[in-house]
Design a protein around this ligand. Structure first.
Ligand SMILES: C[S@@+](CC[C@H](N)C(=O)[O-])C[C@H]1O[C@@H](n2cnc3c(N)ncnc32)[C@H](O)[C@@H]1O
Length: 207
């Protein structure tokens, strides 16, 4: 009986996962109500927030963009890392996430953070504008990933860094092979790889 229930549960989880991934071929971003789940210090620890930021390799004075920041789990501490002269921008498609990001940044007294509502495939930033662009558990939520990565290639300064982090079992998890294929097709060159397959960060450089 126990094994049967466990089997059914696993089957249901696989079904939800496959259904969600299939639906995401159009656009099905992580729901806004999940923002609360991403905000707590427990999730910061579970999802390796500081480790991810270390791997991205931010430095004071940089101008950086996070695509799909949600409520700012990574972007808010990143804003502190690029101080005193640096600035961070978060681009998210959902107004609810942007509102939450703005409110949290204001609450924590972060002044060098700009929150922009918009689509990852149409970022509208000037060419050669950013030192670093990163995404964490977002690439798989973007239906036209090829166009998005081409846009980031243009928006990065020469020698700028694209950093992509994937965490399993995120419903939109992308394998290292897929990430690398997409990034190289956009013109990026792989620079460094950190972590195991279930929590990896891969950095690329604009060649
Ligand atoms: C799973 S959450 C990850 C949030 C954050 N990166 C983190 O790791 O805590 C994915 C975020 O990407 C955003 N997103 C999904 N599709 C997007 C798109 N096409 N353009 C911009 N943001 C998008 C969602 O609104 C959501 O805030």
């Amino acid at each position: 009986m126990f094994l049967k229930t466990l089997g059914l549960l696993l089957l249901a989880l696989v079904g939800v996962n496959l259904g969600w991934r299939w639906a995401s071929r159009r656009s099905l971003p992580c729901p806004t109500w999940l923002a609360t789940f991403l905000e707590g210090s427990l999730m910061e620890w579970v999802l390796g927030t500081q480790t991810t930021l270390d791997r991205i390799g931010l430095r004071p004075g940089q101008r950086v963009l996070e695509v799909g920041p949600g409520p700012g789990r990574l972007l808010i501490p990143a804003a502190r890392r690029v101080q005193p002269d640096g600035e961070v921008v978060g681009l998210d498609i959902q107004p609810g996430m942007i509102e939450r990001l703005k409110a949290r940044a204001a609450q924590k007294g972060i002044a060098n953070l700009t929150a922009v509502q918009g689509d990852a495939t149409r970022p509208h930033f000037p060419p050669a504008h950013f030192d670093v662009i990163w995404m964490c558990t977002v690439l798989g939520e973007i239906p036209d990933r090829e166009t998005a990565l081409q846009q980031y290639y243009t928006a990065l300064k020469p020698g700028g860094r694209l950093s992509i982090t994937e965490i399993f079992p995120d419903l939109h998890y992308q394998s290292l092979a897929t990430v690398q294929r997409l990034a190289e097709a956009a013109g990026f060159r792989r620079q460094a790889m950190h972590g195991p397959w279930y929590f990896f960060t891969v950095n690329f450089v604009k060649g």
